[in-house]
Design a protein around this ligand. Sequence first.
Ligand code: PEP
Length: 251
Amino acid sequence: MSRKIFIAGNWKMNTTVDDAVALAKGVVESVGPQDDVDVAVCPPYTNLSAVADAVMGSNVKLGAQDVHWEEKGAFTGKISCAMLKAVGVTYVIIGHSEQRQYFHETDETVNKKVKAALGSGLLPIVCVGETLDERKSGSMEKVVETQVRGAFADISPDDALKCTVAYEPVWAIGTGETATPEQANDAHAFIRKILSDIYSDDAAQAIRIQYGGSMKPANAKELLAQSDVDGGLIGGAALKADLFEGIVKPQ
Ligand code: PEP
């Protein structure tokens, strides 16, 4: 089964609106009209509208970094799926380790967000991954399996196919330390096995699994060449159009 590579930039809490428009235009220009790779950029909420305009007519899609599961109401500081749809968002990152670490994200809230996103026609990028302590203590598989099963609880097979999983070992995020291609591929194959167990082998073979954690032009080619690595969720290197291009078109 050949899965189309999907590279998404997670800009995190970086860029003012002017920075974001300039970066988005740079990405559109450098990525060009190619259709071999799916590309998305995920700016902060305040810049979504402006970036939607900047990427309009290109192959670069718009993503958000989080969403709330409720439709509307007294949830100060939160943004709904309908709000994201209304400004042209296609993808939404759910369960990023920084949300889990700093903002009380749990497998239960991840699952609620995934359900709400799918119900609104947004395409979730579901993040999972273990900490360094968890890897060192040998519990990586248990942790990742719990996260995957939690995120996909009561999600239908058809809806699961609309999701991307991002395997992001927490120890590799923003640290400059990257999982080796073998470590990444082993983790991805393990995630695919869980998806096969929950759904079917066909479904598991169709769902894309991105790697995230200090991916950059220098290591992208080798990581993306792995049989179960179907793309990347990129933090730091997504903030410079030329570095991002070097991942979309690795040499
Ligand atoms: C991320 O936060 O999703 C990420 C992968 O960050 P970085 O590329 O900076 O490690």
